[in-house]
Design a protein around this ligand. Structure first.
Ligand code: DC
Length: 221
C-alpha cells in the first residue's frame, strides 16, 4: 500500500496547526506538529542555560536528548527526556528559542529523521517550515499558508490568552513573530520557502473553516 503525506508549510500564526489538526481529523490520518519538536529542543537549551545561538553547545546538547511524540485522543503530546512538556513549549521564550536552535544543522538533521520515522507506514499531515521542501519533497499534497503579520500576531495572542499562558502585549507578540519570520526565512539550512508545486493560500481574511474546505477541495480533486 502506498501511503501519502500532506505538507502544510508557512510562517508562525498562519493557521497551519489548526488547519492540519482539522484535516487530519476529517481524513482520519495522523497529524504531526513538527514545530513542537524544535520547541522541545529549544526548551532543553533554556533549561540547561545554554545560549540558543551557540552552535557548539547546542550540538553537544543534541548528543543527549530524547524527543518523543505520542497521541492521546487525537492531541499530540511531546516529551523531553521522558517528561511531557506539551504546555511548557508554548511560552514566548520557547518560541524564540525554537526558532534559534532550528537554524542549527544538527538539530534539523535529528528532527527531520524523527519526522520521517514517525511518518513511516502511515498517511500523515505535517505542519512546519520545510515539509514540502525537505522532509517530504515528494509529498502528494503541498500547501503554503500566508497571512499578514498583524493578523498572525492577533491570532497568536488570542491563542495564548485562551491557553492562559500569555503575559505579552500585542506589540511584543508582533515583534516575536517578525523576529522569527526573519530568522526562519533567512537561515542557511532549509529556510522557509514556498516550493513551486505548493498551493498558496492567503488566510488573512478567511476563517479557518473556509480554509479547511478549500484545502480539502484540492485533496478531493
Ligand atoms: O510552528 P512553530 O511556531 O511551533 O515552530 C517553532 C519554530 O520551529 C519556528 O520558529 C521555526 C522552527 N521550525 C522549523 O524550523 N521547521 C519546522 N518544520 C517547524 C518549525
Amino acid at each position: 500500500m502506498e501511503y501519502y503525506q500532506i505538507a502544510i508549510d508557512g510562517p508562525s500564526g498562519s493557521g497551519k496547526s489548526t488547519l492540519a489538526k482539522g484535516v487530519a481529523q476529517k481524513l482520519g490520518i495522523l497529524y504531526l506538529d513538527t514545530g513542537a519538536m524544535y520547541r522541545t529542543c529549544g526548551l532543553k537549551a533554556l533549561r540547561l542555560g545554554i545560549s540558543t545561538k551557540d552552535k557548539e553547545a547546542v550540538a553537544e546538547m543534541m548528543k543527549d536528548i530524547n524527543v518523543d511524540i505520542s497521541h492521546v485522543d487525537g492531541e499530540q503530546h511531546v516529551f523531553l527526556d521522558g517528561e511531557d512538556v506539551s504546555k511548557e513549549i508554548r511560552t514566548a521564550e520557547a518560541s524564540v528559542a525554537a526558532s534559534d536552535v532550528s537554524a542549527i544543522p544538527c538539530v534539523r538533521a535529528a528532527m527531520v529523521d524523527l519526522q520521517r520515522k514517525i511518518s513511516e507506514g502511515k498517511n500523515v499531515v505535517l505542519d512546519g517550515r520545510d515539509i514540502g521542501s525537505k522532509v517530504f519533497p515528494n509529498a502528494k499534497y503541498k500547501f503554503f499558508l500566508v497571512a499578514a503579520a498583524e493578523e498572525r500576531a492577533r491570532r497568536r495572542l488570542l491563542e495564548l490568552q485562551q491557553k492562559g499562558i500569555c503575559d505579552q502585549t500585542f506589540e511584543e507578540v508582533l515583534r516575536d513573530i517578525e523576529y522569527r519570520d526573519h530568522q526562519d526565512t533567512t537561515r542557511a539550512e532549509s529556510p522557509l520557502v514556498k516550493v513551486d508545486d505548493a498551493i498558496e493560500i492567503d488566510t488573512t481574511s478567511i476563517g479557518i473553516e473556509e480554509t479547511q474546505d478549500l484545502l480539502l477541495s484540492y485533496i478531493k480533486e
